[in-house]
Design a protein around this ligand. Structure first.
Ligand SMILES: Nc1ncnc2c1ncn2[C@@H]1O[C@H](COP(=O)(O)OP(=O)(O)OP(=O)(O)O)[C@@H](O)[C@H]1O
Ligand SMILES: [Mg+2]
Length: 751
């Protein structure tokens, strides 16, 4: 590679990558395995468009899958081209659609300030609809209806179409619920997440002027993680890149890896990538084969696993990074021991100067698995953050506050309005709510309009009428402040004027203290939003603020992000920062990379997920998820499983994950390949050299019959104790029953 004539932008790219960056004209598909630089090609391509081809940033639409990925891509482009990147749309499908729909909402019969219902809101609304239709929740579970409607929308099937072809009774009932659900959304001036995509596609299909506008605007459309687009998103891309009158279509560049498709359950279809060439006959395809991320050992493991999937184009990734470290395996006694092992290893790596906490990621299959890691990490003082999962925006108090804000932005938002009707308690009970609802339905007026004239509602008690009047007056008063206040000031006003804060402050429940902290935290979210406006006035920005919140509150939300936690993991982190360990699900890990990765819970029934084990198709999806997990690691990979794991509070033993068996033995060093808990085991991990306890503090020596007191479980009696392994089972009686504890980590004292 001669560097003398190479533009700096193109240095650091291999010939295939360079070709992809320089390609001009027809559609471009880049298919390649993990870590081969697909995302890097996208960012460099954008920089090249701006720098070499005179493209204006406003003409670029770059789509990523998660907010996190969008933020990272923006950062990378920013580093390459500077503040000019601001005019560019680098965002998720959902964010891009919101932007389009805000401008065009009127055409579709929605107010410009339409609300966005996330999954929880959508499920709530569906539950209301099912109740209104008098459906037996056992036979017609609202959650399942909500999921099915979501699937239909991902396939761009509206309720009319579905109704016309519904044949079974079940389908007809679903069609009815779908129709009413849409009507209620429309009345509320709200869209759910799937509507954002579907309605944008509708808009582009039904209004040629609108379509023309966006096709002329976006001359370059780039999509990362294309393998995870669903049908609706696929159509959206097609619409945006259709030829314009008397001109050419926008340039389309998509990158993806069929082996990393992990969202089939959300309607993503690998078809989109496998058949791109058929759908876009003049497409150019570029393959990338060199992996720049991982050691050969890690790649070999990933290749060995993914090879088991049928129907895939074989490809072999190679790396120039050498074999590197072998994979380290660990069989834990239980999930606490597994977490302790991870904590210990992180300690060891940091002490040895081999890694910083910020270099380390811990992956697990389901959100719930984070809790034990959190507990153990807190106990040993290992700093961490959870990405996704523990959802700040799903906490009750945060949702209540959001509901207030949404009602102020749009009082027709009935779901939100009903949520806060009696929160804090103000004497508007279920009965009053029900009569208002019935009245609204009879008079064909909105809930809000009915609420404004409580004296007209038949069957309302005088006391309720007064309570409703006060509530309406409160909203009117708050509503007057919307145009003149900043979102953070509005938050404060709501908390004070509604009495919400006072109620929490008066409470003796320690949980309510946490609630207050969360509300404070929310206020800082609003303040941070205002700071990001860069001097622009924040007054009257409620709708814009809510939109941003709705989007981060989506599946990949980063709760810690609101607190300004250390920046993104990996190469982008500030150099002087030790960072913190990142905990996340495998799904969230997509597209990211870390020097050190722990793949935990490698057990059949956990990963692969129990649900997937009897279904070959789903099992293949789980295997792709394993491939995603393994290929996040740059230098070191750990795999662990637990001998016993509690499931619904009861201990359960799972066989090792079949994916472990698919990794060649020669690649793994088992630090421990059997649990220490087996009845006859005389020596435990504590007695082994090289296995240190973090903190190193031995627990109290226990014997059966000893009395102990535990911070959470209270008084208990030791049933069995194995002082060599440091494990004990303790009977706490009552609902708690017998618990398996690792004595040195348990917040427990011997009496
Ligand atoms: N030509 C190159 N020279 C040096 N480093 C590279 C090159 N191409 C990519 N890399 C580096 O390799 C790593 C992986 O790249 P990138 O994240 O773009 O891969 P990807 O194909 O998008 O992976 P994934 O499939 O996991 O999304 C990054 O750290 C990137 O900077
Ligand atoms: Mg990528």
């Amino acid at each position: 590679m001669s560097t003398t004539e190479t533009h700096p932008l193109l240095a650091g790219l291999n010939p295939q990558q360079r070709a992809a960056v320089e390609h001009a004209g027809g559609p471009l598909l880049i298919v390649a395995g993990a870590g081969s630089g697909k995302t890097r090609v996208l960012t460099h391509r954008i920089a090249h468009l701006l720098g070499e081809r005179g493209v204006h940033p406003g003409q670029i639409l770059a789509i990523t899958f998660t907010n996190k990925a969008a933020a990272e891509m923006k950062e990378r482009v920013d580093a390459l081209v500077g503040p000019r990147s601001r005019a560019m749309w680098v965002m998720t499908f959902h964010s891009a659609c919101v932007r389009i729909l805000r401008r065009e909402a009127k055409r579709l019969g929605f107010p410009t300030s339409f609300s966005i219902y996330d999954q929880a809101d959508a499920q709530r609304l569906m539950a209301l609809v099912c109740r209104e239709l008098d459906l037996d929740p056992k036979r017609y579970p609202p959650r399942s209806f909500s999921a099915q409607v979501s699937n239909l929308k991902n396939e761009l099937i509206d309720y009319e179409t579905f109704k016309a072809r519904a044949s079974t009774h079940m389908e007809q009932t679903l069609a009815q619920a779908y129709e009413m659900y849409q009507a209620r959304l429309m009345q509320a001036g709200a869209m759910d997440f799937d509507d954002l995509i579907m309605l944008t596609v509708n808009l582009l299909q039904v209004f040629p002027e609108a379509a023309e506008h966006y096709r002329r605007r976006f001359r370059h459309v780039l999509v990362d993680e294309y393998q995870d687009t669903n049908h609706a998103q696929y159509e959206l891309v097609r619409e945006l890149t259709a030829p314009i009158d008397g001109g050419a279509a926008a340039e389309l560049c998509v990158v993806g890896d069929a082996d990393q498709s992990i969202y089939a359950f959300r309607g993503a279809t690998i078809r989109n990538i496998l058949e791109f060439e058929r759908d876009y006959p003049d497409a150019t395809t570029i393959l990338l084969e060199q992996n720049y991320r991982s050691t050969q050992t890690i790649l070999s493991a990933a290749n060995a696993v993914i090879e088991r999937n049928a129907d895939r184009k074989p490809k072999r990734l190679w790396s120039e990074q050498g074999q590197g470290h072998r994979i380290v395996g660990y069989v834990a006694d239980n999930e606490h021991d597994e977490a302790a092992f991870v904590a210990r290893e992180v300690d060891r790596l940091t002490d040895a100067g081999d890694a910083r906490p910020g270099d380390v990621a811990v992956f697990y299959r389901t959100n719930a698995q984070s809790r034990v890691f959190e507990e153990v990490f807190i106990r040993v003082g290992l700093p961490y953050k959870v990405v996704g999962g523990v959802r700040f925006y799903e906490r009750k108090e945060v949702r209540d506050l959001l509901a207030y804000l949404r009602v102020l932005a749009n009082p027709e938002d009935t779901v939100s309005l009903r949520r806060i009707l009696n929160v804090p308690k103000r004497g508007i009970g279920d009965r009053a709510e029900a009569v208002v609802e019935a009245h609204a339905a009879r008079e064909r007026i909105s809930f809000w309009r009915a609420l404004r004239r409580p004296e007209d509602v038949p069957g309302m008690a005088t006391r309720s009428i007064n309570a409703v009047r006060e509530f309406v007056a409160l909203l009117d008063e708050l509503g007057e402040a919307v145009e003149t206040s900043t979102p953070a000031d509005l938050v404060e006003r709501i908390l004070v004027k509604s009495g919400y804060l006072a109620e929490l402050q008066a409470s003796k429940d320690p949980q309510d203290e946490t609630r207050i902290e969360n509300l404070q935290e929310f206020e800082s979210v609003a303040r941070e939003y205002e700071e990001r406006l860069d001097g622009e006035s924040a007054e009257g920005r409620l709708v814009d603020f809510l939109e941003q919140v709705a989007l981060v509150a989506d599946a990949d939300s980063i709760p810690g992000g609101a607190k300004g936690n250390p920046a993104a993991p990996g190469e982008e982190g500030p150099a002087d920062d030790q960072g913190v360990v990142t905990l996340m699900t495998l799904h969230t890990a997509k597209g990211l990379e870390f020097p050190v990765v722990f793949l935990t819970g490698m057990e059949d029934g956990v990963f692969p997920h129990l649900r997937a084990m009897s279904n070959p198709k789903e099992l293949e999806e789980e295997r792709r998820l394993a491939y995603v997990g393994i290929t996040r690691a740059r230098q070191r990979l750990y795999v662990s499983r637990s001998w016993v794991r509690s499931s619904w509070g009861a201990p359960q033993t799972n066989p090792p994950s079949r994916f472990l068996g698919e990794v060649p033995d020669t690649l793994i060093d088992w630090e421990r390949d059997a649990p220490s808990l087996k009845p006859s085991a005389a020596t435990g991990p504590a007695s082994r050299p090289g296995v240190r306890a973090p903190g190193g503090k031995p627990g109290p020596a226990l014997a059966p019959g000893d009395r102990v007191t535990h911070d959470s479980f209270g008084l208990g009696t030791v049933v069995t104790a194995d002082n060599a392994s440091g494990k004990a089972s303790v009977d706490f009686g009552g609902d708690t029953g017998v618990k398996q504890l690792i004595v040195r980590y348990a917040p427990m004292e011997k009496l």
